[in-house]
Ligand binder design. Structure first.
Ligand code: ATP
Ligand code: MG
Length: 399
């Protein structure tokens, strides 16, 4: 058995020794059956949170209202969740209350897709009442039970279907697929933060271009932030070669494909609640893509853009032109590394130098002189040393 499960085995054993059931569940079992790397295991148990806390000496209440307790065992944290059902759903998003139960099968039944509704005991035996293993073999994403019901209980599951499609390159079962359009309007009720968490995973998935197309070909696009006018663009995504673009670069590619100007790109990212810093980086990348569409890179532009923005801009620009994203990366990096300075702070000149050389008080002239020297150093007209900058400035200003 996989070493992550072997290591966690004693946690299950301890719960069992106290008279309860405990199983591995969720993504870890799915990924194990897919022979993928497993980051961390999820554990489900018949013990309720209080009972769990009496079994282990070190626990943390992270999501106790949902029945999740973090158990620290030999220094490793494990999320252990009490079997539960989500009795009734309010507003298509949150259960009115969670009920702790003692039946594993009932717990598996509330899970979203058959591939995610498999439990495994510590000996590696599967409990798989919805034939999740078979669906994994068939490479199909299928809801547990009727998809329309399941999507109307929690509309986020529609986003999860498409993000798993992106990550796993599975197909989506016919009825499940049809329900994506039928129930898409319920996504309106879902908080942007929850949509974003799934969308980010979608953008990082291997099959993301096809997944974005599904967003455009079902009704989902209508209920995602600032996407409702871009059905055609979303459907066209598989035409582009984006292999290797980062998740962040994918956001840049989307804004370019949607043809939005800078203020609208900002609105797009804000409406998705991307972090301010990421938005700022993306807007800079977009600016340089715009530059790149009219110019070749030169010492000055690559210096102004900085290494990361220039590279990202180039990669996205290439993807848009249907060429290998890294086609010019080497020459761009070479140009960058040949720059005499990479940042203003490396310039061997300060405002204090200028004031003492000229004997003048501070003022806007300092910025002008600094920029003049910076540009001359960048062009290679002068060496980046305090002495040669001084000589050069004196010469310029005597003319
Ligand atoms: P990942 O590998 O990305 O973490 P995951 O399948 O583990 O994928 P999580 O969001 O960590 O996804 O959820 C853990 C498990 O909880 C899922 O496998 C599924 O069984 C269940 N689950 C999560 N979200 C939902 C939901 N919205 N509706 C029903 N079941 C869900
Ligand atoms: Mg998980």
């Amino acid at each position: 058995m996989n070493k992550v499960f072997l290591k966690a085995g004693p946690v299950l054993e301890k719960i069992e020794a106290a008279g309860f059931e405990a199983y591995f569940v969720g993504g870890s079992v799915r990924d194990f059956l897919l022979e993928k790397e497993i980051a961390d295991v999820d554990i489900a148990t018949s013990a309720n949170p209080e009972e769990l806390k009496s079994i282990f000496s070190k626990t943390l209440d992270v999501g106790i209202e949902h029945g999740t307790v973090v158990v620290l065992f030999n220094g490793t944290p494990y999320e252990v969740t009490t079997y539960r059902t989500e009795a009734e759903y309010l507003d298509y998003r949150r259960p009115s209350e969670v009920q702790f139960i003692r039946s594993l099968e009932e717990d598996l039944k509330r899970r979203d897709f058959t591939m995610n509704a498999i439990a495994m005991d510590r000996k590696g035996r599967l409990i798989d009442p919805f034939n999740g293993k078979k669906d994994i073999q068939l490479k199909v994403i299928r809801t547990v039970g009727n998809p329309e019901d399941r999507f109307s209980e929690d509309a986020l599951r529609m986003m999860r279907a498409v993000r798993f499609y992106s990550q796993l390159s599975f197909g989506i079962e016919k009825n499940t697929y049809r329900a994506l359009s039928l129930m898409a309007h319920l996504l309106e009720k879902i908080a942007v933060e929850r949509k974003l968490a799934e969308f980010k995973k979608l953008l990082a998935g291997r099959n993301r271009m096809m997944a974005l197309r599904i967003i455009g070909e079902t009704e989902l696009y209508k209920y995602l932030p600032k996407m409702s006018s871009y059905r055609k663009e979303l459907s066209s995504l598989p035409e582009y070669k984006a292999d290797g673009l980062t998740e962040e670069e994918m956001w840049g590619l989307l804004a370019c494909l949607f043809g939005v100007d800078e203020p609208n790109a900002e609105l797009f990212y804000k409406s998705w609640k991307l972090p301010v810093k990421k938005t700022r980086r993306l807007l800079s990348i977009l600016k340089w893509i715009h530059y790149r569409s009219k110019n070749e890179w030169g010492a000055n532009s690559i210096y102004q853009a900085g290494r990361e923005s220039a590279l990202s801009a180039e990669r996205i620009f290439n993807a848009l032109k249907h060429i290998d994203i890294n086609r010019h990366a080497d020459s761009l990096l070479k140009l960058y590394s040949s720059l005499p300075i990479k940042d203003r702070s490396e310039l061997q000149l300060t405002g204090n130098d200028l004031m003492s050389w000229y004997g003048k008080p501070p003022g806007p002239w300092i910025k002008e002189e600094l920029e003049k020297a910076e540009s001359a150093v960048l062009k290679g007209d002068i060496k980046n040393s305090n002495e040669s900058i001084r000589e050069w400035l004196m010469k310029c200003n005597w003319k």
